[in-house]
Design a protein around this ligand. Structure first.
Ligand code: ZN
Length: 246
């Protein structure tokens, strides 16, 4: 089985469209590690795609915020402005869908997906030390997570925890062969708002049959996504950061 796994799409339809075109024909099912909405200018289109095409989406903190399940006082002013705008434009059906999203981890066929960390859906797993603390709590050897907007993740072995690098600039893919007797925390990266210095949309294809994870990056119409953010009068920083991937 080949899974297209995305995270942190953040209402960026142009990025999602490029990912779907790039991955076309190469996967059987789609999964999402959360944050369908927030920040970007096209929330309804992204949620409608998720409702029609994604088997499981675990909720992200922005999904909760836009659906009224989270106190916006915890958000910075920019994230808050985007969440309030998103809530105001989402259709009632799409708001209901966001409210119904399960909290991760969501168990799947021998692996799991989650937004932040296995213990806390809102925790940022940014360092090997943070990943090492989670390793004892992993009840699946392969976990896909998001939230940090950094492609890569962590390889957890009895000898220690190593960072898995993102796809190199100038290359569009990197294949990881999964070993036995290890645990993996895999971050597909953010499709719609990368922060790892590479502005290209990020995602992975997980092949459970041959036990590989292919990390990918794809260029997309950043100007188109920026135009929607500006047309919605969202904070300018949200448009600018897409260009630098930060
Ligand atoms: Zn996010």
């Amino acid at each position: 089985m080949r899974y297209l796994i995305l995270s942190d799409i953040h209402s960026n339809w142009e990025a999602l469209e490029a990912v779907l075109a790039d991955a076309a024909g190469g996967f059987d099912e789609t999964l999402c590690c959360g944050d369908l909405v927030g920040y970007g200018g096209d929330p309804n289109r992204v949620v409608e795609w998720a409702r029609a095409a994604v088997r499981v989406v675990v909720r992200g903190n922005h999904d909760k915020a836009c659906a009224g399940l989270e106190d916006l006082d915890w958000f910075n002013p920019i994230a808050r402005a985007a969440a309030e705008w998103t809530a105001s434009v989402l259709t009632p059906e799409n708001l209901d869908y966001l409210r119904s999203l399960p909290k991760g981890p969501a168990p799947l066929d021998g692996f799991q997906i989650l937004h932040g960390s296995p213990l806390d859906e809102d925790e940022y797993l940014l360092t090997p030390a943070a990943a090492a603390m989670q390793a004892p709590y992993l009840d699946r050897e392969i976990s896909f997570f998001g939230h940090t907007h950094y492609q890569g993740g962590f390889f957890c072995h009895r000898n220690g925890v190593r960072r898995i690098p993102q796809v190199r600039p100038g290359e569009s893919r990197a294949v990881l062969s999964l070993e036995h007797n290890a645990a993996y925390l895999i971050n597909p990266g953010s499709a719609g708002q990368p922060r790892d210095g590479d502005p290209r949309a990020a995602y992975v294809i997980y092949d459970s049959g041959d036990r590989t994870v292919e990390y990918r990056r794809v260029v997309y119409d950043i100007a188109g996504a920026q135009a929607k953010i500006r047309a919605a009068w969202l904070p300018e920083l949200l448009a600018e950061r897409l260009e630098v991937g930060n």
